[in-house]
Design a protein around this ligand. Sequence first.
Ligand SMILES: Cc1cc2nc3c(=O)[nH]c(=O)nc-3n(C[C@H](O)[C@H](O)[C@H](O)COP(=O)(O)O)c2cc1C
Length: 467
Amino acid sequence: MSTSERRQLKIGYSIWPTGHHRTAWRLPEAVNSGTTDAALLAKSIRTAERGLFDYFFIGNSVKSDPHSTRANGNETFKIEGYTLAGYAAAITERIGVVVTINATYSDPYNTARAIASLDHLTHGRAGLNVITGVAGSHEAAANFSRSAHPDTEDKYDWADEFTDVVYALLGSWEPDWLLDDRATGRFLDPAKGHRIDHEGKFFSVRGPLNVPPPPQGRIPLIHAGTSERSFEYGARYADIRFSPYRGPEWNRRYYDDIKGRLAAHGRDPEHQFILPGFTFFVADTTREARAKYREIQRFTTDEYLPHAVSDFVGIDLSSVKPTERVLDVIDPSALRPTLTGADDLAAAGNTWTIDRYTGNKLWAVELALEAYGGDEAVTFRDLFNYIANFPGNQAPVVGGGREVADWIEQRFEDREIDGVKVFPPYSEYPLEAFVDLVVPELQRRGIFRTEYTTSTLRDHLGLPAAP
Ligand SMILES: Cc1cc2nc3c(=O)[nH]c(=O)nc-3n(C[C@H](O)[C@H](O)[C@H](O)COP(=O)(O)O)c2cc1C
């Protein structure tokens, strides 16, 4: 297979106000002016475009949580997505621009109108990330005149109908609506715009949209979620699934599960991409990268909590001292899978986020040790710092450019992932280092583009032409 025919990585970039690691912003060199700093944004988005990324991803949050103990320094603040998308569109030429909306608190007409407008202003570079909000978390509801966040079934019933209406509106004008007939004075053909006359459980929408049909035809949809309903939603609608990363075994099984659901919807598994968030510590040398990771981990001020370590590993470690070495106490091979089938997992009361595919927490310990470079001297305090700063759905990867590229390539070739969504731990060095040290390695291996040869997000991703 020639280089040009090889399956290609998809790479997104997401900026968090003070980075995606909980304590890295405390570094003297970190730039913490975040997503309200137009100059920082311009520089970083252009860096991602210099790295030929597929898209710039704008995350979202509509809750107010000034006291969050999990918060990164500036995480409480999330600037409004379409506003940032318009700015990103104006300062770039080729990179895709993806906006996140929480469907639960959004209106389909406004959403279709905004994303169609963005698609026009970017000449077909817009993408829509649809999430539903975490069940049981009611902070956002209080900002939207609601008393509670809906449960999983209700919020996905809403999201399904919401998405159908958005895409019906986006398709409500035929492409040949424009007459521009100066002789007769007919500018557009009103017969080409169609009412959608939607009457559903949640929405009543007439249409058509008051924005011309988007250049991409069908705007790529991204989705993240953990429930069975999320998996079904993604199988119907998503072009990209934003996934967790929990180790090779877990992610291979996740990948097969997610892709295996597409055929029932008449979809090609090669046309949906699974991308985990990716936080990394990369430097010119392995030694430097590891030293930086250690330096950042040491900023952790949290009091050592034996129960947090016990929960994380899945065995009782309450009598262990923080100074003891992990490998003196835990034999990772003793944590090998004991549960296999879905029934076993359900009987054991495991939540899928941890154990759905592997039936143990070996992955957690392995990933932590890997982050410290396989260092035999990793103590329980180090492990606790890792947990305290754990980016939730990701595994931090630490190393020189070649090692980080090896990590990505191996998981890509093993069909655990189709690419990564780059979440730098802080601004600004890590993104620049990724572009300068990791991207050239990926290009050399023939798994990432060496120039933009396409101009729309659909085409960057290699999605088939819209039906
Ligand atoms: C990998 C991953 C990343 C996510 N990122 C965000 C995010 O940036 N903003 C957000 O509001 N929710 C985010 N979520 C939450 C989900 O989008 C979703 O709203 C939540 O998981 C509830 O859906 P569920 O009940 O299907 O799990 C993320 C979830 C996952 C698994």
